[in-house]
Design a protein around this ligand. Structure first.
Ligand SMILES: [Zn+2]
Length: 260
């Protein structure tokens, strides 16, 4: 038990630094900027941020949310993203122990979080998350545990194909783009982590959440639906509870034999 505490706490600290990097990625990738150069700097005065002022969450608290040089306010998004990512990593390792699945889940959920952030802010899903994540998903399928490589490949193909079909069909029906290219590539990535049943459940949950939550807002304001956010939420729920839901659905509702 003490071991699990140490593993989870270490994973949580690691997750905090991943979250710090995720902040940089979600702000720079959509604008085609390098995440390495230039180093972290204050968006208001441009002063470089020293390593000791760049400690996740802690620096924000010690500096009381202000830049050391110009005293300008630092967005609360930075510590919140760091903290949430830390929680995800600590949670995955306390749930799955020190295992490949813990890594796989933590990486997948981190990518989904990044996608939700960039889609909310810029209406963009950077290909570093979608295609980069697809490569990670397929690579992890070669390793023991999780999905078989074939399942991951078929999942990626189904995710890509279904959203491509929805995009083409939507354009034909409504004469405007219903689905962005980012969503299509994103679902290929999701498929490589969740397989074919997971893709179906993710799209179902994403469409449901999107229309229930954003539908009324979009109808009133004519704002574009950042569908990636809802697909990301759907994929996260599917990762966590999809297996038991799909098992219940196929055996109890469709009356298919167990293990299909
Ligand atoms: Zn400053």
């Amino acid at each position: 038990m003490i071991n699990l505490w140490i593993v989870s706490a270490t994973a949580g600290l690691f997750g905090l630094t991943i979250g710090s990097f995720l902040n940089v990625c979600t702000l720079r990738w959509p604008q085609d900027e390098s995440v390495v150069f230039p180093g972290s700097h204050c968006p208001k005065c441009g002063a470089g941020i020293r390593w000791y002022d760049n400690v996740p969450v802690l620096s924000f608290i010690l500096l009381r949310g202000r830049c050391r040089a110009c005293r300008g306010r630092i967005s609360l998004q930075y510590p919140l993203v760091e903290f949430a990512t830390g929680l995800v990593w600590a949670g995955m390792f306390s749930y799955a122990g020190f295992s490949w699945e813990a890594f796989r889940g933590a990486i997948f959920l981190t990518i989904l979080f990044g996608i939700a952030l960039t889609d909310a802010r810029f209406y963009i899903i950077p290909h570093q998350f979608s295609l980069g994540g697809l490569v990670i998903g397929l690579t992890m399928a070669i390793l023991p545990g999780g999905l078989e490589l074939l399942q991951a490949l078929l999942g990626a193909l189904l995710g890509f194909g279904l959203l491509q079909a929805i995009a083409v069909g939507g354009k034909w029906m409504f004469k405007k783009d219903a689905m962005g290219g980012g969503d299509i590539k994103m679902m290929a990535m999701v498929g490589s982590f969740l397989g074919m049943p997971g893709v179906l459940l993710t799209i179902f949950l994403g469409a449901l959440l999107g229309s229930v939550i954003f539908g009324p807002i979009s109808y009133k304001t004519k704002k574009l639906v950042p569908f990636g956010i809802f697909l990301a939420a759907g994929a996260a729920v599917t990762y966590g509870w999809g297996a038991s839901f799909i098992g219940w659905y196929t055996t109890s509702v469709l009356q298919l034999p167990r293990g299909l």
